[in-house]
Structure formats: C-alpha cells, structure tokens
Design a protein around this ligand. Structure first.
Ligand SMILES: [Mg+2]
Length: 291
C-alpha cells in the first residue's frame, strides 16, 4: 500500500513563527510544498477556536488544512480545499457525557466562589471549554484540587489544564470534558480516517502539547520550545515507554535552525526517510534558497 501521512500540528509557536525565536527563511516554502503533496493530510490542533484559526490562516498565509481540532480538542472540523468547516457532531456527543450533560454556564456557577480565577473573554469560551486566567502568585495545584473535588462531587468528569501564555505571561486554566484533549481528538480522527500510528506525526511546542509528546503518537518538539517543556516531554515519554516516539528538533536539517516549521520538517524527516529524501531533493533543486 502506498504510504500516506497524517501531519497534526499545534499552531502558535509551532507552525506559526510568532515567538521570540527566528525561523529559517526556507522553512515556510518547504513546508508549503510538503503539505501540498496528495499523500499528506494536514490537521491543525490548537487551543484556538474556529474564528481565531481562520484569522491565523489569513494573517500568516497558512495552508488550508484538511481538518481542524479546535478549542484544545473539544471540536473536530473537516475543512478541506472548499473550506466547508463541517463539524463532526459525534465527537461532541461523546465528550458531553463527561460533563453529565451539563453546560458551560452550569460549571461556571459551580466554581464562581473560588478566588484566584478570572473568566477569560467570551470569545475564548465554548460549549465544552471553560477558560480562566489565574494570577501569577496563585497556588495553582491547590486551586486545581479545589476545583476537581467540587466538580467530582457533582459527578462531572473534567480535565483541568494549566498553561502559560508565552506572550502576555498570564496563567491560563481550562476546564474541559475528561476525554476532550488534543491527544484524544487526534486518536478519534485517526480512527475516523483510517490512519495508523506509523502514518501519523504530531508537532508541538508547549504545555498543552505534552499529553501528545509523551504518548505513543510519533511526536516532534520544535527547537524553540522552552527548556522546561523539553525536560517534561522527555520525562513523560520515558515514563510511558514512548521515548522512541519523541523527537526534539535541534536544527541539523538542510541548514534550518529547528525552530517552528524547520523543526517540524526535521522531525517528520526523522520518522520518514522517504520524506527526508524528498525534502533534500526539493532544496537541492532550488539552490541558494536556504538561509
Ligand atoms: Mg503552541
């Protein structure tokens, strides 16, 4: 059987070069050429909701993906060349069970008296994503414990994910259905579309990518990731015996520095030698394009 590739990528500071590190000039063109291959299915896996993904696609001239797993894995859209954005409803029905059929506002009410939490803007909330800002001086572990026991006492199975906005420095805390995650959404998509682990690669850079970086899904951590994320990813992969399925880009591929798309391509080439050869050939055919 001819091989096919499911390339799943985080957006901010992985595919989108919007962090302080620089991107090698050739990376954008080479990535666009790679994902235009007919054997590549491109998936965006992001904390962003649909409108913010569309905004990023315009602002950063991103290729149109085949699928978008949005809102940290709580929504699955089939996008495709016609940009139809068809929502995959069975996924939302499945994760609704984790919240016992309760909605966003009911969970918000359950947690409204806890101090240290500040609701994020309406545009950053959705049916299955209750998102807060957390003050920098807050004891985040204690807060998560208090929230978890409150929710569990009402039979709500939630997953609490804390991260940090690299640009604003604000603490972020998302309350999600237990099964809604980047990893589970990718696994659901693999099953839906018939992709094996060997055909799949995930690329990420930060806290909410760790669950995939330390999983059996072949994963790439781009070189611009913070050192503590690299340490945590290595530790998680070791703990679950998945060290062979974690590649940390270090910038030794085709003269690129390993940041953002350069790191993604380096990692994809690591897992797939035919792609390494194809990318190498593409660069050689356009000499002088690297920098
Ligand atoms: Mg990111």
């Amino acid at each position: 059987m001819q091989n096919k590739y499911l390339i799943c990528t985080d957006l901010d500071r992985t595919l989108i070069p919007n962090g302080p590190a620089s991107e090698s000039a050739v990376a954008e063109r080479l990535f666009a050429a790679f994902v235009a291959r007919p054997d590549v299915t491109l998936v965006y896996v992001s904390g962003r909701h649909r409108a913010l993904v569309e905004e990023a696609m315009v602002e950063y001239r991103l290729p149109v993906p085949d699928f978008v797993l949005g809102d940290v894995g709580t929504t699955i859209y089939r996008v495709g060349p016609q940009r139809t954005w068809q929502r995959y409803e069975p996924w939302e029905s499945a994760i609704a069970e984790d919240w016992c059929g309760l909605g966003h506002s009911e969970l918000e009410n359950m947690l409204s008296d806890l101090s240290g939490l500040r609701l994020q803007e309406r545009s950053r909330q959705n049916r299955f994503k209750l998102s807060y800002y957390v003050n920098a001086d807050e004891d985040i572990a204690a807060l998560i414990n208090a929230m978890s026991s409150r929710l569990e006492s009402r039979g709500v199975h939630a997953r609490l994910v804390s991260s940090r906005d690299d640009i604003s420095g604000l603490g972020l805390l998302d309350v999600l259905p237990a099964r809604a995650s980047k990893r589970h959404a990718i696994e659901a998509l693999m099953e839906l579309e018939g992709f094996t682990l060997q055909q799949t690669v995930f690329c990420g850079d930060s806290g909410n990518d760790l669950e995939v970086l330390g999983s059996p899904i072949p994963a790439v951590l781009v070189a611009n990731a913070r050192p503590e994320i690299k340490q945590q990813a290595v530790m998680l992969a070791e703990q679950s015996n998945d060290s062979d399925q974690l590649y940390i880009a270090d910038g030794d591929f085709l003269g690129m520095n390993g940041n953002y798309r350069g790191g993604m391509l380096e990692g994809i080439a690591h897992y797939h030698p035919p792609i390494r050869a194809w990318l190498t050939n593409s660069v050689e055919k356009a000499p002088g394009a690297t920098s």
